[in-house]
Design a protein around this ligand. Structure first.
Ligand code: FNR
Length: 378
């Protein structure tokens, strides 16, 4: 109601409240190679489109006279109460968007109590981002190095800096074929936006002949060459279990058999995600992958969702189809680019307000009341 009353009294928000307008503004103000990197997807962009088409195929069927006046978005994720079923997805290289980068995002997220999932390839170190987040909840996302000592060092630092859960991204053993970035000759990490956490890591640095300050290109190439490659298999997850004593969530699950394997491997959660369409061109729209996975494993493991969430209705659809919470990616990245910390806060608060209002209008009081019965498949 605060957002609404403020808005209706003639005051305008710092940036647009509408995702399409925000993306359009970003396309006008960001350098083309940066906008292309953020907005773009793998190959022809078919998966980015499929993510939205999947949302469009589901329609909400609102219920009347359910007494849903006092709404409560609070939910429990990995045993911790959250104000809403929303987290900020890991987005690396945020200094391409705003000089304060992850620090601004961390402050905005913390001010709302929304967990930030901090990328391995963030623009600031995990320690500095933790400091900016203060008491705010934070998870650490791992791009899994094949050097066990480097991996152990990163995880030890994350634990010491108060990151409560580990998110292991499985869908990016190597960067996808991204023609737009190739045509622009652009990758943030080689364009003056290096990943601070690995490059500051003492064990990683011990693997280099010269420091990253003396030879940034060699440091980046070594880091790239340490990425898990395609030779990792499910058995290797036991190594992470030994290195991390908190909950572990696997990000990038799209096949129901992989969801079952995550359960068998004793994982705590999965993110049904196709990396926002950035990895496999022509992949299944992420929301299409969600119902069978939630049905198969939803009672044994926490299932989260990302890729294409833009509005409160989108969150409702994902929750109704079995997700416990959703992750938000590009919308808050554009918020950061357009308005720094205030921009991120505006985007996230708007999504939560939209969710709260729309949940009530569909006849529900809490996220847990949602089920597939709230939807119609068009
Ligand atoms: C990402 N994503 C991502 N994922 C991850 O695990 N580690 C990372 O460092 C990044 N970096 C990253 C950068 C940029 C610019 C984007 C757009 C995305 C993927 C991200 O976590 C999430 O899966 C998608 O962004 C979700 O889709 P939407 O909400 O952007 O459609």
């Amino acid at each position: 109601s605060e957002i609404y009353l403020h808005g209706l009294s003639g005051a305008k928000p710092p940036i647009s409240t509408d995702f399409a307008a925000l993306e359009e503004a970003a396309s006008q103000t960001m350098p083309p190679e940066v906008f292309g990197y953020v907005a773009g997807g793998a190959g022809s962009g078919a998966t980015v489109r499929a993510n939205r088409e999947a949302f469009d195929r589901w329609k909400i069927v609102p219920r009347m006279l359910t007494g849903a006046t006092n709404r409560d978005l609070a939910t429990t994720v990995l045993g911790t109460e959250l104000p809403a079923p929303v987290l900020l997805a890991p987005v690396g290289g945020q200094s391409i968007l705003h000089p304060e980068a992850d620090l601004a995002t961390a402050r905005a997220a913390a001010s709302l109590g929304v967990p930030m999932i901090v990328s391995t390839v963030a623009s600031h170190t995990i320690e500095k981002i933790a400091e900016a987040a203060g008491a705010g909840p934070r998870w650490f996302q791992l791009y899994w190095p094949n050097d066990p000592d480097v991996c152990a060092s990163l995880l030890g630092r994350a634990r010491a800096a108060g990151y409560s859960a580990l998110v292991v991204t499985l869908d990016t053993p190597t960067l996808a074929w991204r023609p737009c970035d190739l045509d622009h000759g652009y990758l943030p990490f080689f364009a003056g936006h290096p990943p601070a956490t690995p490059l500051s890591d003492p064990v990683f640095r011990s693997r280099l002949e010269k420091t990253p300050e003396e030879d940034p290109a060699a440091a980046l190439l070594l880091w790239s060459s340490m990425q898990s490659g395609t030779d990792f298999t499910w058995e290797r997850l036991s190594v992470l279990r030994e290195l991390w004593d908190g909950p572990i969530v696997l990000k990038g699950i799209q096949h129901v058999d992989d969801a079952r394997r995550a359960v068998d491997a004793g994982m705590d959660g999965i993110v049904v995600s196709n990396h926002g369409g950035r990895q496999v061109d022509g992949a299944i729209g992420a929301l299409e992958a969600l119902p069978p996975i939630a049905q198969a494993v939803g009672s044994r493991i926490e299932v989260y969702f990302d890729s294409g969430v833009r509005t409160g209705s989108d969150v409702i659809k994902a929750l109704a189809l079995g997700a416990k919470a959703v992750l938000l990616g590009r919308p808050y990245a554009y918020g950061l680019a357009q308005g720094g910390e205030d921009g991120v806060r505006h985007v996230v608060r708007s999504l939560l307000a939209d969710l709260e209002i729309t949940l009530g209008l569909t006849g529900h009081r809490t996220p847990s009341e949602l089920s597939p019965a709230a939807l119609h498949r068009a």
